[in-house]
Design a protein around this ligand. Structure first.
Ligand code: T3D
Length: 249
């Protein structure tokens, strides 16, 4: 399991070019390392991530650089690496997740939040529209009406409301967050990695297709999984009434 920690607590873990490049490298490294079978993404201090660093952003605007192509250079590759990596990603949301910080949290497969955490779309507050996949993930998680409300009206969503809306997986006290999220990531790291990867691919496929297409994709993935050692060993373990051990192959 790999833990990736956003660590600019004085700026609420907002994202400068340097932070985004380090995050992109860390996520891509974890994605490509076969020894890493689950990833945990979290932040230090009182924020998970406040999105784009607006001080750096203001400097870019003043210098006439606009967005400096950061969406293509950083945000999109980071979100694609999180969502497409063939292993589960858990977000431990320790505090506010705003703007692209909210997008990053919701790009993870399971989100555990401290009961003190908040989610804020934030984009329209500074005259921007969502990026980093939030228009895609949010409406799939909470439905179009609530997604529209949160994106148009902004405001903050408490962790408890996020849980009720189906936006996140679990809410725990702040003191228990690190252990809860790490325990979940470790459990996933000890699981059938190839089956988890297939779950992600099947859900992504089904999100944009019809039922016949989803049935076909499930059949292809199931054929691949049937040949894996984890499936064959777990089937034998079941018959022997033993707990299966998964090796991710
Ligand atoms: O190129 C591009 O920019 C395109 C990509 C855009 C992606 C995006 O993410 S756009 C959205 C950017 N993020 C925001 O608009 C969020 C801005 N922040 C807030 O709305 C609030 O700060 C929070 C809801 C996150 C937290 O509120 P609160 O009341 O708990 O804290 P605060 O007092 O507002 O902030 C505390 C400090 O963090 C403060 O600094 P100071 O005064 O103590 O020195 C504040 O300026 C700083 N801070 C918070 N967010 C950011 C930030 N500094 C830089 N960038 C930030 N995003």
């Amino acid at each position: 399991m790999a833990t990736i920690t956003l660590d600019r607590p004085d700026a609420m873990n907002s994202l400068t070019v340097e932070t985004k490049e380090a995050l992109r490298a860390a996520v891509e490294r974890a994605a490509g390392d076969p020894g890493v079978r689950a990833v945990l993404l979290t932040g230090t201090g009182r924020a998970f991530c406040a999105g784009q660093d607006l001080r750096e952003h203001a400097d870019n605007l003043a210098a006439g650089k606009g967005l400096d192509d950061t969406v293509h250079r950083h945000y999109n590759p980071i979100v694609r690496a999180l969502t497409e990596m063939p292993k589960p990603v858990v977000a431990a949301v320790n505090g506010v997740a705003a703007g692209a910080g909210m997008s990053l949290a919701l790009a993870c497969d399971l989100v555990v939040a401290a009961d003190t955490a908040k989610f804020a779309t934030a984009f329209t507050g500074i005259g921007l529209a969502p990026d980093s996949g939030l228009s895609w993930t949010l409406q799939r998680l909470v439905g179009r009406a609530v997604a529209t409300e949160l994106l148009l009206l902004g405001g903050t969503v408490t962790a408890d409301r996020a849980l009720r809306l189906g936006m996140i997986h679990k809410v725990v006290g702040p003191e228990g967050l690190a252990a809860e999220a790490a325990g979940l990531a470790r459990r996933l790291a000890d699981g059938p990695t190839l089956a988890y990867a297939a779950v992600k691919r099947a859900l992504d496929h089904a999100a944009t297709g019809d039922l016949p297409s989803a049935l076909e994709r499930e059949a292809e993935l199931q054929d691949e999984l049937a040949a894996t050692a984890d499936h064959q060993n777990a089937t034998q373990s079941f018959l022997k009434k033993q707990k299966p051990t998964f090796e991710g192959r």
